[in-house]
Write a protein that binds this ligand. Structure first.
Ligand SMILES: [Zn+2]
Ligand SMILES: [Zn+2]
Length: 152
């Protein structure tokens, strides 16, 4: 399927061909801060399949692990990626047609904000349930540090 999207002002536009309409919620504190909201909603896509029709996103290194793409002109949050991964996330709100994908899981459920999150029967994982992310976090910040906590 082809997804297209971009920021509010149109300075950043993308097109991606991806295999799945399954998207997810991330409730982790870093994503909450990054999107300025009580959770982020993402679709995970192959990085190489994302074609930026304009200049690519501006990048903010939100931690030693991750880079977040946004538009410096209008502020729209656009993406999340581990620089060494071959996949990345795009924000659902930046899609031209957010109805084209649907939520299939929750991540970072330890930081869910009560009152803004309702039981929907979808599976959920804590950040530290993901061995890959724990390994990335410990490589960046040291063994025993807590994945998902806010730090530069
Ligand atoms: Zn913009
Ligand atoms: Zn997150």
């Amino acid at each position: 399927m082809i997804l297209t999207g971009g920021c509010q002002c149109g300075a950043k536009r993308y097109r991606v061909e991806t295999e799945s309409p399954e998207a997810y919620y991330c409730h982790c504190r870093m994503c909450q801060k990054a999107v300025g909201n009580v959770f982020a909603a993402f679709v995970n896509v192959p990085k190489a399949a994302v074609d930026w029709a304009t200049l690519g996103p501006d990048l903010y290194h939100s931690s030693r692990l991750a880079e977040r793409g946004f538009c410096a002109r209008c502020g729209t949050p656009l993406s999340f990626a581990f620089p060494d991964s071959d996949r990345m996330d795009l924000t659902i709100g930046s899609l031209d047609d957010p109805v084209a994908v649907h939520p299939s899981s929750h991540f970072g459920i330890e930081s869910r904000v009560p009152g803004w999150s309702h039981e929907d029967g979808l599976p959920g994982k804590r950040v530290d349930d993901s061995p890959e992310i724990v390994a990335r976090w410990e490589a960046a910040y040291g063994v025993g540090t807590r994945p998902g906590e806010i730090r530069p």
